[in-house]
Design a protein around this ligand. Sequence first.
Ligand code: ZN
Ligand code: ZN
Length: 327
Amino acid sequence: MKAAVLTGPASIDSRPLEIRDIPVPTPAPSQVLLRVRACGVCRTDLHIVEGELKPLRDRVIPGHQIVGEVVAGDLPRGSRFGVTWMAGIDGTCEFCRRGEENLCDSPAFTGYTVDGGYAEFAVARSDFAIPLPAGLDDLEAAPLLCAGVIGFRSLRVAGVQRGERVGLFGFGASAHLALPVLRAWGCRIYVSTRGATHRNLAESLGADWVGSERDRPPVRLDRAITFAPSGDVVVAALASLRKGGVVAINAIHLDRIPEFDYDSLLWGERQIRSVANVTRADARDFVELASEIGLRPKVTVFRLEQANEAMLALKNDAIDGAAVLVP
Ligand SMILES: [Zn+2]
Ligand SMILES: [Zn+2]
């Protein structure tokens, strides 16, 4: 099969992904072999390819937003499934036993610790394959499987209820897929973000208020989700919150959390929570909801052979919508 293989991380400018012909993998018991129909390109893939996430294997096939069709294994042949960043868990650690699988101490990650979907075929754990509703086509489903699901989990972590006032601080891939969910829930949506392009997109998607990263929403928010890797943004979100409100941080790293005033910003049972990985339930529920509400991400298609070009375009913010590779 054809696959985009990373043998050593390097700047994407040097085209580190090699398009190779390699054997089709054999699924182990309790795995499925999928014929890849589409695979989304995520910023995390770029971090893996460029080595910001340290390499854990000599060679790896990136890609963790896989839409594939079962060709072998213990799920029905021909049926369509999605594969996310969460490739598996140990099932035995304290967190798995508590039912908090997103916090597992030794998870496997698709396209990082196990091979991913920048290929014609991929294997996945059958119990981590996410059934995809027929209402989503391959290209629309792929970008939902990372940015979309984590955005959805952020809404859950923030405890968003129907009709509430919700702030989105930063407006990239994840936020723009969360916004239609908030609309479907009848929420009032307040977006603070840098960049006129992002502000225009938020407006066109139906945000009730849009401002720059320095503007404060005109109301007290019930919930806020921050998407920027900046502690200042977290404090700005906190400053916009009503008593009892929650800020959910959708960022793996923050530069720092600046010192802030407890009495005015956190007292009153305000909460700050981080968002880590996703559960299978998040993924299943989100793709169902996306199909129901007609969430249609904008995509730009690249051929598998153009994996380097797709990532370069992502790095240069030269893509309208999400990049998706098609073998
Ligand atoms: Zn575990
Ligand atoms: Zn991702």
